[in-house]
Design a protein around this ligand. Structure first.
Ligand code: PLP
Length: 428
């Protein structure tokens, strides 16, 4: 094994992070060569700097005029050149500052500096590389984003064990705990949670969030090491007072020495920048010091460097500009109230409905979606029938039927649901 990797493994020895590393994770390191040499050259190479694999003319990057003319408000050097492997330092610091503002209970808790990845999908995939071997077990809710299957099962041959997300309209924490215990293998198990949840649009109440953390702690107390990944894609879109308004990461970040918390978030949905591909990975865990999180960052940088190399600089600078902009808070408040108004409208429609009763709504209080439970197979027939009348919906698995009310104007929601209900009623 590479000597830098061995050194990083040594730094992590005795920690939950060290014990949770996959075989690939153990091998990961960030080669010092190019970065160190380029940094040295940037100070000393006053005559010619022939280190970077880019093309410059008169100290300016070459750039096609059609690209240059399409982008105003940024200088070419701020988007056409490579971004650093872990991402723009200023943006990473800014994002961490925002995480701590949005999650005040971890204000004083040490975390790594977020590493930038091209979206949350990449965040989950790179974390899985770092911590999960093929054949390892991961626990996720039975109601989950379909791409988890593709990333974890199809791509990485990880065994997915699902727990029942709901029981009697609440999160089924007993099922979560039992599934964690039964899935533990060689003293290790992983958990991936996503709130607000896709597809249901449900986020835990304060007491549910605390019970989830307690369940994880109970398992940790059984001498089981647990990796907890929080997929916070839809963070912040909370429409009811009783919801726990921080990420579940806050309750895990300092929970127990056997627990490693990873926050995977990004501008994708939180900042309405879906196609920019800016996501972040942040680590924390009880007992983890800066030396430990630095080692984790170096390992993750090895994963980044060996997969997508670095995230787009243009996107990073656009997001940074947005976060620093005076319009940011106002725009976000406006969009949030737009989403909340749609949520309230959907609630009102469901409360008043007199038809479509074959569709049983699952609890929802946040995010982009709501989901109906159907009888097996009915969801797909309904989806196909709705397409015939020009309405697009999503059938998931055998019994879930998801509506992204986030993408339909409030003024059209009444019509949308009335079509869904009447098509459903007319379907044999
Ligand atoms: C739960 C969840 N996580 C992650 C993502 C994807 O995020 P990104 O587009 O940043 O890869 C989605 C997108 O639909 C999602 O629903």
């Amino acid at each position: 094994m590479n000597s830098i990797a061995l050194q990083l493994n040594k730094s992590l020895e005795g920690t939950q992070a060290g014990s949770l590393l996959s075989e690939m994770g153990k091998r990961f390191f960030f080669p010092r060569g190019i970065i160190a040499q380029a940094a040295e050259a940037s100070k000393k190479a006053t005559k010619y700097n022939a280190t970077a694999g880019m093309a410059f003319n008169n100290n300016q990057p070459l750039i096609l005029s059609s690209i240059k003319n399409s982008i105003t408000g940024l200088e070419a050097k701020d988007y056409i050149t490579y971004a650093p492997t872990p991402g723009d330092r200023e943006l990473r610091e800014l994002w961490l500052e925002k995480i701590k503002i949005k999650n005040p209970s971890i204000k004083e808790i040490h975390t790594s500096l977020p590493i930038i990845v091209p979206g949350l999908t990449s965040g989950i995939s790179n974390c899985a590389d770092l911590f999960l071997n093929p054949g390892d077990n991961i626990v996720i809710p039975d109601l989950h984003w379909g791409n988890y299957d593709l990333i974890l099962k199809t791509r990485k041959e990880i065994n997915i064990h699902t727990f029942k997300f709901f029981r009697d309209g609440r999160i089924n924490i007993q099922s979560l705990k039992e599934t964690l215990i039964s899935s533990a293998k060689n003293g290790k198990v992983s958990l991936l949670l996503n709130f607000p949840n896709n597809p249901t649009g449900y986020s835990p109440t304060k007491s549910e969030a605390e019970s989830i953390a307690q369940a994880i702690k109970d398992v940790a107390l059984m001498d089981i090491k647990i990796l907890v990944m929080a997929d916070d894609a839809y963070f912040g879109l909370f429409y009811e007072d009783e919801i726990y308004k921080e990420s579940i990461f806050s309750l895990i970040a300092n929970l127990h020495n056997n627990v490693l918390a990873v926050k995977i978030d990004g501008a994708t949905k939180e900042d309405y920048a879906w196609g920019l591909r800016v996501g972040f990975i942040t680590f924390a865990g009880k007992g983890l010091t800066k030396e430990h999180t630095d080692a984790l960052e170096q390992k993750l940088m090895g994963s980044v460097r060996s997969s997508f190399s670095s995230s787009p600089k243009l996107s990073q600078n656009l997001v940074k500009k947005a976060l620093l902009s005076l319009d940011y808070s106002r725009d976000k408040a406006e969009f949030e109230s737009l989403m909340k108004a749609r949520y309230l409208k959907v609630k009102e429609i469901l409360e008043k409905r007199t038809n479509g009763k074959r569709l049983k709504e699952l609890p929802f209080n946040s995010g982009y979606f709501m989901t109906f439970e159907t009888t097996p197979g009915y969801n797909e027939r309904l989806r196909e029938e709705l397409l015939e009348v020009g309405v697009g919906t999503i059938a998931l698995g055998d019994t879930s039927f998801r509506i992204a009310y986030s993408s339909v104007d409030k003024s059209n929601l009444e019509d949308l649901f009335s079509i869904i209900f009447s098509v459903s009623d007319n379907l044999q």
